[in-house]
Design a binder for this molecule. Structure first.
Ligand code: NDP
Ligand code: 8X3
Length: 252
């Protein structure tokens, strides 16, 4: 994959970071984004020697800034081969009648609109070149709805629908569009969802073996390595202990 470029949003932790490290090992030059500049700097030090690295610090909610930064990439970074729309999180886990408007705004603005803003900036280059791959990180929450998951599930159902729409609209250009929908992956996800409550976050992954970020990165590696005529369009990946969004076999 020498001289190919991958852009990964939300590469400061979890799935995005694992994807950045894995794609760099495959030889991709890496554009990594996130809000935490220090984390991106650390990532740069961990990346495989010999690949180019461009860290970009922005909040995917900032529409103008996203367009400005991604629309003015240095000329030798513009031909992006793989876009991984990964940035996202759950915020809160409350019944619909008591949910917080701030949490709802965060989830819709980051998981849905942020993905759209980034895509809007990158897709024109892909259509012009008649090539490219877009991998959207959805969720089992985009395939099912679970108690108190209401708006997070809504945001991920939107990601699923947008992914399908992208695949249809970008079909004439030979652009591959892939949805990866994981179940429970042990990352900083629950720490963010429960607003820094470490004990509550850790309890989500107790009593069974969850997925790890690297498991998702390895699926990305497999997807990216398929021949030109093959696209793994829609992938649901769960820990073996998980049968559905709500059914997890735990030994507590
Ligand atoms: P993490 O919390 O570990 O990572 C989330 C990443 O998203 C961070 O790099 C964070 O960067 C970035 N991010 C969050 N908000 C913003 C923002 N406003 N602007 C820019 N970047 C942002 O969680 P995961 O790795 O688990 O999550 C990655 C994706 O996987 C998400 O879309 C999530 O919904 C999805 N997912 C996660 C599952 C899980 O069980 N963990 C299961 C299914 C899907 P920073 O804070 O530096 O901005
Ligand atoms: C993250 C997995 O089950 O918390 O998308 O929705 S779950």
């Amino acid at each position: 994959m020498k001289n190919k470029i991958a852009l990964i949003t939300g590469a400061t932790s979890g799935i995005g970071k694992a994807c950045a490290l894995t794609l760099a090992r495959m030889g991709f030059d890496i554009i990594a984004t996130g809000r935490r500049a220090a984390r991106l700097e650390e990532l740069g030090k961990e990346l495989t020697v010999g690949v180019r690295f461009l860290p970009l610090v922005f909040d995917v909610r900032e529409r103008e800034k996203v367009g400005e930064i991604l629309g003015n990439l240095p000329s030798d970074w513009q031909a992006i081969d793989v876009l991984i729309n990964n940035a996202g999180n759950a915020h809160g886990m409350d019944p619909i009648q008591t949910g917080s408007l701030d949490d709802w705004d965060a989830m819709m603005d980051i998981n849905v609109k942020g993905l759209l803003y980034v895509s809007k900036a990158i897709i024109p280059g892909m259509t012009k070149r008649n090539s490219g791959m877009i991998i959207n990180i959805g969720s089992i929450a985009g395939k099912e709805v679970y108690p108190n998951g209401n708006v997070y599930c809504g945001s991920k159902h939107a990601v699923d629908a947008i992914t399908k729409g992208m695949r249809i609209d970008l079909n004439p250009f030979g652009i591959k569009v892939i949805g990866i929908h994981p179940g429970l992956v042990e990352t900083e996800f629950s720490l963010v969802r429960f607003k820094g409550d470490e004990a509550r976050a850790e309890s989500v992954y107790k009593g069974y073996e969850p997925l790890y970020a690297q498991d998702i990165a390895e699926i990305v590696e497999f997807v990216v390595n398929r021949p030109a005529h093959v696209v793994l369009a829609d992938i649901v990946v769960l820990p073996t202990a998980q049968a559905s969004a709500t059914l997890v076999k735990k030994n507590l």
